[in-house]
Design a binder for this molecule. Structure first.
Ligand code: 8YV
Length: 331
């Protein structure tokens, strides 16, 4: 039986299912292994169920020449050098679609919590300040309904957020993306395409949902923050590194935008210390896809990919969601 590595604890039934096909070495905890340990355990394995937290690059692939499949639990795969995988005939798979609606729910929730100052006012209540001082107008924030929702990155999750804004909250929705959506998708999302400058200038609530790549590095930095409305909010559920966290902390401190909601960070799990100091930011530990149903669906899709990629099970040789399917042709 082929042997595989599971880098972080998964659902026990998914692990048990994998054990019926493979010799499994797994991490019983959610702690991220140091890189040396990851490489040591991966040597001689044919497949890996990985997460966004492990860097899969040429050096690692060369140290593990038996590896045939990298199956990422997550839709984003900027942790993986895809070209290096393809060059070595290693298949990469991800988990699109199954997390779209859940991640859109979360993006919307984070945007709302940010605008309506939910965590900031909760801290006030928990600290006993309400009984001491009462509240007058401290926790007023910008409205969501009727406001302009700006979306940067208009893939599946961006479109799902747009639908929520337009249909659920009567928002005007504008978006910017590398390429404009086909007219029927634009109509379904109830969203209008604008250039990036217009998006920054007109959004009351700007939500980032674009993949990370060298070209999206610091897509929102000091210059972009300066173009936003002073009363606007910024929500990042995409990837750390898309926002320049130091520039954002400064903009928040100086009141150049009203507030930010961040689920992802440049150096996560570490968070820029200045972001921890400003009150008008809602911080969550990369939980955008973390609903019970969706995390289960992601794990189970990853297992299906792994089993099929290594030539087993009913879909042998035809993994459901390959990123570099060209590798399969060569097998
Ligand atoms: C995952 C994500 O939690 O899908 C993604 O791209 O960021 C999250 O859903 C992350 O990849 C860790 O597995």
């Amino acid at each position: 039986r082929p042997s595989i590595l599971i880098t972080r604890a998964t659902f026990s039934d998914v692990a048990a299912h994998l054990q019926t096909h493979f010799q499994v070495d797994d991490n019983p905890s959610d702690t991220i292994w140091p890189r040396e340990e990851l490489i040591r355990r991966l040597r001689g394995k044919q497949g890996v169920m990985s997460t966004g937290s492990e860097r899969i690059d040429a050096e690692l692939l060369d140290a593990c020449p038996q590896l045939k499949a990298v199956c990422n639990v997550g839709v984003g795969y900027n942790n993986v050098d895809v070209a290096a995988c393809t060059a070595r005939g290693v298949l990469l798979t991800n988990t699109p679609d199954v997390l779209t609606e859940t991640t859109a729910d979360f993006g919307f929730a984070l945007m709302m919590a940010t605008a309506r100052r939910i965590t900031e006012s909760e801290r006030f209540l928990r600290n006993g300040q309400w009984v001491k001082t009462g509240i007058h107008d401290q926790f007023v924030g910008p409205d969501i309904h009727g406001a302009t929702l700006g979306i940067l990155g208009m893939g599946r999750i961006g479109q799902a957020i747009a639908r929520r804004g337009a249909m659920g909250f009567g928002m005007r929705v504008i978006y910017h993306n590398r390429s404009r959506l086909a007219p029927e998708l634009e109509a379904k999302a109830h969203a209008s395409y604008v250039d990036k400058a217009t998006l920054l200038k007109e959004a009351d609530h700007l939500v980032l949902v674009l993949p990370y790549s060298p070209s999206s590095h610091h897509a929102i930095g000091a210059a972009e923050l300066a173009q936003m409305k002073p009363g606007a909010t910024l929500t990042n559920i995409a990837r750390g590194g898309i926002v320049d966290d130091a520039a954002l902390a400064q903009a928040l401190r100086e009141g150049r935008i009203a507030a930010a909601g961040l689920d992802v960070f440049e150096g996560e799990p570490a968070v820029h210390p200045e972001l921890l100091q400003v009150p008008n930011v809602v911080l969550t530990p990369h939980i955008g896809s973390a609903s019970i149903q969706t995390r289960r669906a992601m794990a189970s899709l990853t297992a299906d990919n792994l089993i099929a990629a290594l030539g087993l099970g009913p879909q042998a040789g035809r993994p459901p969601t390959p990123v570099n399917p060209e590798v399969l042709g060569g097998r």
